[in-house]
Design a binder for this molecule. Structure first.
Ligand SMILES: [Zn+2]
Length: 428
């Protein structure tokens, strides 16, 4: 198969020949039996998400491995890490193997399960980390995401344990007592609206503690969904010490602020904007963008968190926290980072494909688009523009925060080891 006329990382137009799922040749005027016209689209390595909620098993009303990986493919992803907060929790070899196999069977996107750090996400005893690492799913990322491993001794033990198999603990940094009943970012807007605040210090205190623990133990720490300027400063300091700390930011924290809770295209107090960690201030958004640009924050991770309508379209206090994001992530990255001049497309490829694959130890993903690499490729048209409507997505859920907003760019095609999962913007 030949993909004609694509601009690799936004460079000069070229053709890519794919044979047996691998990039066999890159050149001009290549010919073959089966030709896909790239129409001048940008070619990036297939995106890798380190933070996806697929909801299966247990909440198939919100998402399944099938619909979640279809959503991922539509967003340009060829691999996603499935978070462990399913029902049952992914805290045993049996559950992670089940999720991994479902991904293989459906074939839209590789599914790499994340293992829970503690049994049942209950924060009391370590889960079978070694058994999950040794399973067919070869788990390397462990997280209680949705909950914080707030017990310092347990966190230390988890960091020690994962060293044996080069694993990483991905922490959802939220000091629970500082965020009890919290509804949105603690600040000027929460004060005006009378909603209980989620202070920045609740995130920053845990990140600081965990950086110190990771350094003490000599282990790998990954910080999920960094949302405050103060967190960026702490991570910058930890990296300056040479400690093995990586961090992610979500698309929504790169673009949206807490002011949307007060006034937005979909009204005020709309729980579509309720998310954990909460949307923060303009100053935080600016700091997060700068940190992603300078490498303090390593990657963009979606925190794709599907919820059924009845869990979101309710009063603010009762609504579930979370937003879907797989199908808009690349567009939001373009809007916030590329169109602002902060990153070029090579920078996007590093932060949305190469680096997340490295952190997750996925050897078959995130490789440069060169001869010999697996043909995991996304073709993206940055000149397109779309007004977002909740019913346009492959995800089973509709809780997008971008309704009524116009975003740039469109995923034209996605290839997983040479097989098209998306063509002409539609599932293949
Ligand atoms: Zn989380």
């Amino acid at each position: 198969m030949i993909i004609k006329n694509v601009r690799i990382l936004g460079g000069e137009a070229a053709d890519i020949r794919i044979e047996d799922g691998v990039i066999a040749e890159i050149g001009t005027s290549l010919d073959g039996d089966h030709v896909v016209d790239g129409q001048g689209a940008i070619a990036l390595p297939g995106l890798v998400d380190l933070h996806t909620h697929l909801r299966e098993p247990g909440r198939e009303d919100a998402e399944t491995v099938l619909t979640g990986t279809q959503s991922a493919a539509r967003g340009g992803y060829t691999a996603v890490h499935a978070m462990a907060n399913t029902m049952p929790v992914a805290d045993t070899a049996g559950v992670v193997e089940q999720i991994w196999r479902l991904g293989q069977e459906h074939g839209y996107c590789d599914v790499q399960p994340v293992g829970a750090v503690t049994v049942g996400l209950e924060g009391r005893q370590l889960a079978e980390l070694g058994a999950m690492a040794d399973s067919a799913a070869r788990v390397r990322v462990f997280s209680d995401d949705g909950k914080c491993v707030d017990d310092a001794v347990l966190m230390r033990r988890a960091l020690e344990y994962v060293k044996a198999f080069d694993g990483v603990v991905a922490q959802h940094a939220q000091e629970p007592k500082l965020t009890k009943d919290a509804q949105m970012n603690e600040g000027v807007v929460s004060g005006r609206l009378g909603l209980a605040g989620w202070p920045a210090v609740a995130e920053e205190a845990i990140i600081a503690r965990d950086c110190l623990l990771a350094a003490h133990v000599g282990s790998r720490l990954h910080v999920c969904h960094v949302s405050t300027a103060g967190s960026v400063e702490i991570i910058r300091w930890a990296k300056s010490k040479g400690w093995n700390v990586t961090a992610e930011v979500t698309p929504h924290h790169l673009l949206l602020t807490d002011e949307l809770v007060e006034e937005s295209p979909v009204g005020s107090y709309n729980p579509i904007y309720k998310v954990n960690p909460p949307l923060r201030t303009h100053a935080d958004v600016e700091a997060l963008r700068a940190a992603l640009a300078d490498g303090t924050i390593d990657i963009v991770a979606t925190d794709h968190a599907p919820h059924p309508v009845e869990d979101k379209e309710t009063e603010w206090a009762a609504a579930a926290m979370g937003m879907i994001g797989l199908e808009t992530a690349l567009s939001v990255a373009q809007e916030s980072m590329v169109d602002t001049g902060l990153l070029d497309w090579a920078g996007v490829a590093e932060r949305m494909s190469a680096a997340p694959a490295r952190i997750g130890r996925l050897t078959g993903h995130g490789r440069p688009l060169e001869v010999g690499s697996p043909a995991n490729i996304v073709l993206y048209d940055p000149t397109a523009r779309t007004e977002i409507k909740p019913d346009m997505f492959a995800s089973k859920s509709r809780n997008t925060p971008y309704e009524g907003i116009s975003l740039p760019g469109k995923v034209v095609a996605t290839f997983l080891r040479g097989k098209a999962t998306v063509l002409e913007g539609k599932l293949a």
